[in-house]
Design a protein around this ligand. Structure first.
Ligand SMILES: [Zn+2]
Length: 229
């Protein structure tokens, strides 16, 4: 029998450059990595933040220029326009700066087969929400991981009605069943409200995960995909 310990994918979207960089030492204290997916123009400040996070072992992802819902934008303007307007400008800067980007978080967690088909040649893994499937969808076995391109996550923060005890119980489940559990949030700050991650909650998650022997990994550290699914 393999020893069970579980994996946790913490993912953060949008552009809280200051909060994310401020949290680097906290993640480091727990030898934890996460995925940070950037929305908006990739400015010099964004590049600097990406480089600091990547240097600390975190995974960098993209999250589009205008945060447009992929299915709606593609239906209205076509796949090429979605790529040209939402993805290409971000990718161009990352490539010019030598920042490896293999992950993509769908804005508002919205995607469909057409959006996935468009983006699959460009990115290895995608972060989405539960999509009405219930929290079980956020847990993947080690057998499922190499076959799973879209990682469904549970939202963390006041807006998602997060209760600390529920989050810690979910970590227990990942540890007990040796599964990979994905979460998503946005900014990181002490006492953060709305869709953001309070530093206190992040600390509780990292402490509990360490106690249970879970690994905190960015998407770049997940097992490679076995071909197309
Ligand atoms: Zn977002």
């Amino acid at each position: 029998m393999t020893k069970s310990h579980g994996m946790i994918c913490l993912t953060f979207d949008d552009h809280d450059y200051v909060g994310w960089q401020t949290a680097i030492p906290l993640f480091a204290e727990f030898n934890a990595h996460a995925l940070f997916s950037f929305s908006g123009e990739i400015t010099a400040e964004a590049v600097s933040c990406m480089k600091a996070l990547a240097a600390a072992g975190h995974t960098i992802g993209l999250h589009t220029v205008h945060h447009a819902d992929a299915p709606e934008y593609i239906a209205a303007h076509g796949a090429q326009a979605y790529f040209d307007d939402e993805i290409k400008p971000q990718l161009a800067v990352c490539r010019a700066e030598g920042i490896a980007v293999r992950s993509f978080a769908f804005p508002n967690n919205k995607f469909n087969d057409e959006a996935l088909a468009l983006l699959t040649p460009l990115f290895t893994r995608f972060r989405a929400g539960l999509g009405g499937k219930g929290p079980d969808a956020a847990f993947l076995t080690r057998d499922e991981l190499p076959k799973t391109r879209v990682m469904r996550g549970i939202g963390l923060g006041e807006y998602y009605h997060t209760q600390v005890e529920d989050v810690l119980a979910a970590i227990d489940r990942a540890a007990d069943t040796d599964t990979c559990l994905t979460f998503f949030s946005h900014g990181i700050a002490p006492g953060a409200k709305h869709v953001n991650m309070p530093t206190e909650l992040l600390t509780a998650i990292l402490e509990h995960g360490r106690k249970r022997g879970c690994e905190f990994v960015g998407f770049d550290e997940l097992p490679q995909l076995n071909g197309r699914t």
